[in-house]
Design a protein around this ligand. Structure first.
Ligand SMILES: Cc1cc2nc3c(=O)[nH]c(=O)nc-3n(C[C@H](O)[C@H](O)[C@H](O)COP(=O)(O)O)c2cc1C
Ligand SMILES: CC(C)CC(=O)C(=O)O
Length: 344
């Protein structure tokens, strides 16, 4: 994996409670472990004798041109990793030619992050107060977000073995509530457990933006999201932080790609740690992947430059992998790149 040494450096630098919050998963952490293992199970079938003297990793996604099919996943509270927090993440992501999905739980204000960002989408937690949610997505739209990402897998926050919840984190109220104007108490900032498919079109109407749904692991849910107006899907189990025992995203992706038949882009995250994993995801039909924890390790160890380096390393490794697989551009990647599963 590309990021083991970087993770070790971040572990040395961060307070234990913060490292555990970033690195941990819910329950027994079985889904967390399976996310990486499931990518590794997929074996590649390289082509030979193709001219791979130049490899193009650029891609277009919902109107944004990106240097590679790797986006930054939404993660909360970047002030825990670096004093410049999401401002640094936004800058590093922009410099790498990637796209930032900004968490609702950012520790800097949307408008301030936007002024440092290239293309960005806004991740939405629907709060118990729907008026607060509406105000938030309208602010995001006004600040230049190009899409919303509705996180669907977090009606309640998964219980982590390593942490006793975010109350143990060294976060000021100002950082905790950066985006939630007018809220004076953390308890008011809880997610709504009664979010449904109807919220997809509501968010789109309130903001005027396309909505992607993140956290989908089943074909029937994927189709229901499209029926309710979703413009894209993100196959995700929240990096193994919500329902432990949920299937790995590499195992969920094929049924969703097959059911949705190119009607909307399908993205995936969870345990993507190399160019090989990026190629595997694309071969299963994903349009792009999102990277979670490695970006936090880059931020913790090097601020904006660290984030940029994490993304550039993966872009370079993706280009190298494509070349070794005999592919000179992303549109040449198809299911034939994967070998049939080995008999158990
Ligand atoms: C520390 C941390 C905070 C996260 N915060 C959010 C969040 O605010 N919103 C969200 O939709 N997903 C959140 N996620 C999930 C990520 O968007 C993503 O699904 C996951 O981290 C991808 O897996 P990876 O870390 O293995 O790359 C968080 C993940 C981590 C590790
Ligand atoms: C504040 C949390 C809900 C952020 C999150 O999604 C996570 O820690 O996984």
């Amino acid at each position: 994996m590309l990021y083991e040494a970087l993770e070790a450096q971040a572990r040395e630098r961060l307070p234990q409670v913060v490292f555990d919050y970033f690195a941990g998963g819910s329950g027994e952490e079985s889904t967390l472990a399976d996310n990486t293992a499931a990518w590794a199970r997929l074996r590649l079938r390289p082509r030979v004798l193709r001219d791979v003297s130049s490899v193009d990793t650029t891609t277009e996604l919902l109107g944004s041109t990106l240097s590679s099919p790797v986006l930054v996943a939404p993660t909360a509270f970047h002030s825990l990793a670096h004093p410049d927090a999401e401002l640094a993440t936004a800058q590093g992501t922009r410099e790498a030619g990637s796209l930032l999905v900004l968490s609702s739980r950012s520790s800097r204000r949307i408008e301030d992050v936007a002024s440092h960002a290239g293309p960005w989408w806004f991740q939405v937690y629907v709060f118990r107060d729907r008026g607060l949610t509406r105000a938030l997505v309208q602010r995001a739209a006004a600040a230049g977000a190009r899409a919303l990402v509705l996180t669907a897998d977090t009606p309640y926050v998964g219980r982590k073995r390593r942490n006793r919840g975010d109350t143990s984190l060294p976060l000021s109220d100002e950082d905790f509530l950066a985006n939630l104007e007018g809220l004076t108490h953390r308890a008011l900032a809880e997610q709504a457990p009664d979010v449904t498919f109807a919220d997809i079109s509501r968010l789109s109407e309130d903001s005027g933006l396309p909505v992607l749904v993140k956290g989908v692991l089943r074909a029937d849910d994927a189709l229901e999201c499209l029926h309710h107006g979703a413009s894209g899907l993100i196959v995700s189990n929240h990096g193994g932080r919500q329902l432990d025992g949920a299937l790995a995203t590499a195992d969920a992706l094929p049924e969703i790609v097959s059911a949705t038949e190119d009607r909307a882009p399908v993205l995936v995250d969870g345990g993507v740690r190399s160019g090989r994993d990026v190629l595997r995801a694309l071969a299963l039909g994903a349009r792009a992947v999102l990277l979670g924890r490695p970006v936090l390790w880059g931020l913790a160890t090097g601020g904006a430059a660290g984030v940029r380096q994490v993304l550039e390393t993966l872009r370079e490794d993706t280009a190298h992998t494509l070349a070794l697989a005999g592919l000179s551009r992303l549109s040449a990647v198809g299911p034939d790149v994967l070998a049939p599963p080995r008999a158990p």
